[in-house]
Design a protein around this ligand. Structure first.
Ligand code: NAD
Ligand code: IPM
Ligand code: MN
Length: 371
């Protein structure tokens, strides 16, 4: 059945606009092939919004996001706003948007592609077959607790606070996802030290006993989890964790995939949803057409999956798998056979537009030319 979706598109800063352009190409390819209509409403966020309006999240952007079926975001952040004494910063826009939309669960899948094994600094034998997903709490914890300065600015604090209901609602989604995957949830916390982590453990254990005792549940302290993600990543299925720990562990997870430019994410709540790459604005690459657009393209795949367009989501994932298998890669993964960001977007758009599945004609393996 044909669908119509209004998507608020927030390209943001740095490489954001370049990678989002590729994601939209791919969505358009999907729309043409499957007969769906995607309407895009572009809005400002981050440093771009500060430059143009003085605010990192203008009211108009909030209105557009609240009214849309989904939000597609590039990345925010610019070195010109990194001075720690500034009171208005691009990152505030993203955090305020997540809070306003109530998107409390951020899902960040990590998978190793066979063809890329040799590109990871980790041994092939450790990385092969790794496929896990991080359920990162996104609207609470130390990111949103009381923060401030005292004693003429010489003392600073950021409080990590959680309510049990904030933990329970994401834990429900993590257990449900585990049932669809390998039935294994690992709660990552620091319960040996932090009171808030002890509330996570208590709440998750209680929920497990009440409603999810069929799912295997284990626990790791975050320091140990960071180590095991590198020494034994195959052990993980669904990692459930708080806001800050999830942020750090997901960038670490990108080493398994081969590049931060590969990791997509979906953020969901009761009413709204947002899709964005895990990476940031990578300012060094801005405007050079060298960034990897796959993280944004796979985020579009997650959007399609969220709206139950399974065949469409599969077409996107298969096109990406095809490019990985044929070494059609940007320079972060293979400087010898690099495609530009926009060339890779063109290739994937062409692949998802194919009625008969993937047609290999016209693509030269490992070459930077699209014939
Ligand atoms: P970053 O994610 O922008 O880049 C870190 C490194 O990852 C880069 O140097 C590059 O080697 C690699 N990388 C990232 N994206 C890539 C891509 N698409 N293709 C190829 N390689 C890629 O992190 P940073 O340098 O610490 O932060 C830069 C800015 O981005 C900061 O202002 C930060 O606050 C912001 N940031 C925003 C988001 C977001 O918008 N969700 C996420 C992280 C960081
Ligand atoms: C991310 C980013 C953000 C976060 C920053 C830019 C606010 O690192 O999306 O992973 O810490 O959540
Ligand atoms: Mn991050």
């Amino acid at each position: 059945m044909e669908k119509e979706l209004t998507i608020a598109v927030l390209p943001g800063d740095g490489i954001g606009p370049e990678v989002i352009e590729q994601a939209i190409k791919v969505l358009d390819g999907v729309g043409d092939r499957f007969g769906h209509k995607f309407t895009y409403i572009k809005s400002l966020i981050g440093a771009d919004a500060i430059d143009k309006t003085g605010q990192p999240l203008p009211d108009e952007t909030i209105e557009n996001c609240l009214a849309a079926d989904a939000v597609l975001l590039g990345s925010i952040g610019d070195p010109k706003y990194s001075d720690p004494t500034l009171s208005i910063r691009p990152e505030q826009g993203l955090l305020a948007l997540r809070k306003t939309l109530g998107i409390f669960t951020n899902i960040r899948p990590v998978k190793a592609y066979d063809r890329l094994l040799g590109l990871s600094p980790l041994k092939d034998s450790l990385v092969k077959g790794v496929d896990f997903t991080i359920f990162r709490e996104l609207t609470g914890g130390i990111y949103f607790g009381e923060a401030g300065r005292k004693e003429e600015g010489r003392f600073a604090y950021d409080i990590c606070s959680y309510y049990d209901h904030e933990i329970e609602r994401i834990a429900v989604l993590a257990f449900e996802e585990a049932r669809r995957r390998k039935n294994n949830v690992c709660l990552v916390d620091k319960a040996n030290v932090l009171e808030s982590s002890r509330l996570w453990r208590e709440t998750v254990q209680k929920l497990h006993a009440q409603s999810y005792s069929d799912v295997k549940l284990d626990f790791l302290y975050v320091d140990n989890a960071a180590m095991q993600m590198i020494t034994n990543p195959i052990r993980f299925d669904v990692i459930l964790t708080s806001n800050l720990f999830g942020d750090i562990l997901s960038d670490e997870g990108s080493v398994i995939a081969g590049s931060l430019g590969l990791l997509p994410s979906a953020s969901i709540g009761d009413k709204h949803c947002l899709f964005e790459p895990v990476h940031g604005s990578y300012p060094e690459a801005a405007g050079k057409d060298i960034a990897n657009p796959i993280a944004s393209i796979l985020s579009v795949g997650m959007l399609l999956e969220y709206f139950n367009m399974k065949e469409e989501a599969n077409a996107v994932r298969q096109a990406v798998d095809y490019c990985m298998a044929k070494s059609i890669l940007t320079e972060d993964l293979n400087p010898d056979v690099d495609y530009t960001c926009s060339q890779l977007g063109d290739v994937i758009q062409a692949l998802v537009s194919e009625e008969e599945g993937i047609n290999t004609k016209g693509l030269k393996e490992g070459s930077s030319s699209i014939i």
